[in-house]
Ligand binder design. Structure first.
Ligand code: RFL
Ligand code: PHB
Length: 397
């Protein structure tokens, strides 16, 4: 079997790459080790930057997003009992959209299936070979049979725990990491959102975030301990903690409802450099992780594959390997800026450790400044709505 680009992983990175390559007329095969239901139902991100929304609309996969997505002009910050709003549109002319990662993945799978290009779920034992040659290949098992897929290039879009990054030879890759001393407990509840926009809160008991998925479903997060067990969090405890940390003196508080999903997520910042070895390219969570406080993971994954699809298209148009040489450096420039923003939001909004009251006072002062200085609000807004990405959209899309 042969293709131009073998893509490992059918998360947002792998599926969006397959979509963009198809628009450029480049063949690909996507290999995913989980089932289709698992990939679609996995509860993850919720916020799309303006550049991602624009890309989806311009490349023909934005119809449902335009119909069902929730356009938000800004976010609120709650601290010291008050709630302050930063209006992104006022400061940058751009907005953000709340549209679950599940929905993005669902739309991308539908687009893929409509093209008839291969997308195989539940593949096993995926391995990459001859990456430093001009003829790399991927071996895997599917439906009980062993396969070898020959390709011009391999895209490792297989997330933080995939096989692509560990395939780099020892010493070739440098990892930069920060693990945070807290985690997020996240829930989905059948409750109408009581605020039209997100509320990020710093409370002396820790961080909390009010978000949503639809006009009927609220998404909420609480800072908890890294070794916490979800069994320690019966629904009543979750609601009472959320009410304590989120309610503000203007009378605002989250609506309660039946909790139908809950889980604990660790927080990490990670960057792997470089993102290319021979003809293997890493993209998305395979190459970097951001703590979720800036809502950047999915958006960064899409930015990487835009750069990669553009480089591959120029390669096939005749520019040769030089079209791809800048991939890693181009992506890393943006990645480190987004890492900085995600780390900064995380540091500003989380209780660092019990009893460090100096930090709490300092963080409250920072929130006061960030929500009142025009310069600071503009800086936060331009990072939150997404830094400009100078990559063309595929022609004919
Ligand atoms: P994914 O989504 O992890 O997809 C990788 C895919 O590869 C598959 N895979 C393999 N396939 C074949 N062979 C193997 N050996 C394989 N190993 C793995 C996996 O099954 C999977 O399908 O990575 P990708 O595509 O790079 O996308 C990244 C995003 O999923 C991630 O950054 C975001 O979800 C992060 N994130 C958020 N991002 C945002 O932009 N906005 C948000 O609001 C936001 N909130 C969040 C988040 C992540 C969270 N968690 C659970 C980590 C909130 C949370 C709680
Ligand atoms: C979400 O809705 O899941 C969400 C929103 C904002 C974040 C992280 C997650 O910063």
């Amino acid at each position: 079997m042969r293709t131009q680009v073998a893509i490992i992983g059918a998360g947002p990175a792998g599926l969006m790459l397959g979509h963009l390559l198809d628009l450029y007329g480049i063949d690909s095969v996507i290999l995913e080790n989980r089932s289709k239901d698992y990939v679609v139902d996995r509860v993850r991100a919720g916020v799309l930057e303006q550049p991602v929304v624009d890309l989806m609309v311009q490349t023909g996969i934005g119809t449902r997003l335009m119909r069902e997505g929730l356009r938000h002009e800004g976010v609120h910050f709650a601290f010291g009992g008050t709630r302050r709003h930063i209006n992104f549109v006022e400061h940058t002319g751009k907005a953000i959209w709340v549209y679950g990662q599940n929905e993005v993945v669902r739309d991308l799978i539908a687009a893929r299936e409509a093209t008839g290009q291969p997308l195989h779920f539940e593949v096993e034992e995926v391995a990459v070979h001859d990456v430093e040659s001009g003829h790399p290949s991927v071996t895997y098992c599917h439906d009980g049979a062993a396969h070898r897929l020959e390709a011009d290039f391999i895209a490792g879009c297989d997330g933080f725990h995939g096989i692509s990054r560990p395939a780099f030879p020892a010493g070739m890759l440098r990892g930069f990491e920060r693990v945070y001393p807290f985690a997020w407990l996240g829930i989905l509840a059948h409750a109408a959102p009581s605020s039209e926009e997100l509320v990020y809160s710093l409370h002396e008991r820790g961080f909390a975030l009010f978000s949503m998925r639809t006009p009927q479903i609220t998404r909420l997060y609480l800072q908890c301990a890294t070794d916490d067990d979800i069994a320690n969090w019966p629904d009543e405890r979750i609601w009472s903690e959320l009410q304590l940390r989120l309610s503000t003196s203007d009378g605002w508080k989250p609506n309660e409802g039946e909790i139908f999903q809950k889980g604990i997520t660790p927080m990490r910042s990670f960057v792997a450099e470089p993102m290319q070895w021979g003809r293997l390219f890493l993209a998305g969570d395979a190459a970097h992780i951001v703590p979720p406080t800036g809502a950047k993971g999915l958006n960064l994954a899409v930015a990487d594959v835009r750069v990669l699809a553009d480089g591959l298209s120029r390669y096939y148009k005749g520019d040769g390997e030089t079209a791809l040489q800048a991939y890693s450096d181009t992506c890393l420039g943006r990645i480190w800026k987004v890492q900085r923003f995600s780390w900064w939001m995380t540091s500003m909004l989380h209780r660092q450790s019990e009893g460090v009251d100096f930090d709490l006072r300092r963080q409250m002062a920072e929130l006061d400044y960030v929500t009142s200085s025009k310069a600071a609000m503009t800086s936060l807004a331009e990072n939150y709505v997404g830094l400009d990405l100078n990559v063309p959209v595929p022609p004919g899309s």
